[in-house]
Write a protein that binds this ligand. Structure first.
Ligand code: FPP
Length: 226
């Protein structure tokens, strides 16, 4: 049996350790991680993945030192400005999930600019999860439902989540050696295949992704049936 891969989600972990192993600052690891976002994104677009969601900043990441948070915000802004051209060249639509109202006005503006500039792209959709946490997302969805005064069914929750325009996750990969979901796409990954690798995110290559994809393709996905 060969499985389609509509939606691939990745927890990009291990930037800090990658840097520490080379006696570099953690920020160098994040920079290398951002470069790898481009490499993996282009590859996914080429092989026909329809949706690629990348966990770039979680609702829990605000607990990190202020200097690291500030660095990540600047990196994100720089990355978005630089990536716009590459996204368009590769016909990639850009989108986000998460509550961006907590970001600076200028970062919000950049995010919305890249989103609108790529809105007519018809290839893969790259979705950055930024200030994203599943529990926050579900809480916001339930509050919207309460405001509308509707009794909730499963499909209503799906339609109120940040991911309402995207299909469920088919395959979720976490780099960096830990085997947990860290509040990432909990609802959407109910039937996702999970792959964990010890490789640190900056070292995660197209070759390793290809190996994981060939395992994924032949996995028997039963969605609870026989
Ligand atoms: C985990 O590494 C990584 C993050 C905090 C988020 C991912 C960020 C990037 C890939 C770089 C920026 C991305 C974009 C799109 C500009 P870690 O710091 O938790 O690593 P560690 O577990 O080794 O400490």
């Amino acid at each position: 049996m060969v499985n389609d891969l509509n939606h691939l989600a990745i927890i990009m972990d291990g930037n800090g350790r990658w840097a520490e192993r080379q006696s570099k600052r953690r920020s160098a690891g994040h920079e290398q991680g951002a470069k790898n976002v481009r490499i993996i994104t282009e590859y996914c677009a080429q092989i026909g993945v329809r949706y690629l969601t990348l966990y770039a900043f979680s609702t829990e990441n605000w607990k990190r030192p202020k200097t690291e948070i500030e660095f990540l915000m600047k990196l994100l802004s720089k990355f978005l400005k630089k990536e716009l051209k590459t996204l368009k060249e590769n016909n990639i639509r850009f989108d986000i999930i998460g509550d961006i109202s907590k970001f600076s006005k200028s970062l919000q503006k950049t995010i919305l600019h890249v989103k609108s500039e790529t809105s007519n792209c018809t290839g893969m959709t790259q979705i950055l999860a930024i200030n994203y946490g599943s529990r926050d997302e579900i809480t916001r969805a339930v509050n919207q439902a309460i405001k509308k005064g509707i009794e909730i069914e499963e499909k209503d929750i799906g339609e109120l989540l940040d991911t309402s325009n995207f299909p469920d996750v088919d395959l979720l990969i976490r780099t960096g050696g830990d085997q947990r979901l860290s509040n990432f796409l909990l609802w959407q990954s109910a039937y996702a295949e999970l792959f964990f690798t010890n490789t640190l995110w900056p070292d995660f290559s197209n070759g390793e992704l290809e190996t994981i994809l060939s395992k994924y393709e032949t996995t028997s996905r039963r969605f609870g049936a026989l």
